[in-house]
Design a binder for this molecule. Sequence first.
Ligand SMILES: [Zn+2]
Length: 329
Amino acid sequence: MPYVRCGKCVHKGKTCKGKGKKIGCSDSIPKAKKYLKTLRWRSAHESREITELRQLVRTILLIENDSQPNLASYADRLWDVIIDVLNSDDIKSRVRDMPLDQELSIVGVEGEIFSNYENINQVNLHIAVNNLNDKSGVQVQAHYACNVEDRSKSDLILGLYIPREYSGIPEFERWLEFDLADALSHEIQHSCDTTEMLSADIPEGEEKWISIDHIYRHFGSDAETRGYVAGILGRGRRMEMRGHSVDYNQLLTNDLVGRVFDQALLRGYSEEEMYPVMNSIATKWDQRMTDILKKIGAVDDDPGELSPEEAEKLEQLVDKAVDDALDDE
Ligand SMILES: [Zn+2]
């Protein structure tokens, strides 16, 4: 594909007179020249590796440009803290000796993680035990207790229901892992929601199951759409870290839509009455997920194009790689 620079813009075509579709514009002519060079270089080296490089460039740009708090990094750090708590000898022995009707509460378990983040005051961890020694003995509950008057007084509440002898179960961490990643991502996402979103009339807890209308008002609300989709992304990311290949759309359908559907049937709703409402909810979730995946470049409408910003970053990366390689010699 021939490209031509006309002023600060690059077009398809050979001359500015006969220029074709505009590919992109830069802030200055030198930048546009660089952009043109990169496009030409790229079109000469079109290959699978380039597509992979582009994914990388987009991810780097997304992280650099993200002015929002980095949810994934908060979730990861909080995950580490919770695992450390569970692995400490003190907690292991206290859990072992704890009666079934009591719980162990650790207030402010997060340390410094949220010290620069306004919307979470502290993280309170509550641990209750059971005598089950399989996966059914592990349950995670989480809740962002939003103080709508003063968001900086909002706490993140985390409840873990675990086998008393968890420290002797090698699979324990794996049983906990994906649900915990899901719950942390979901609730940390809520901490980023606007107060307006969170103070909307959203039925919570058992109340959300009272009627079809309540089900929609909970699962289909803007805040919960963001929360549930963040949860799936957090769960999927954790699965990828463990070497699973993840199809996010499938995860959304099987793990989330399916789960809500099953819970509704258990509460006596019929499949016929659930289909339309689940359809509306799934459509909303799907849209949110697709938007996010597009942003990080996992879904691509037009894989043939590279924006000026991406081209510049790619060139920086290539320059750096060449410099590094020369340094090594
Ligand atoms: Zn939620």
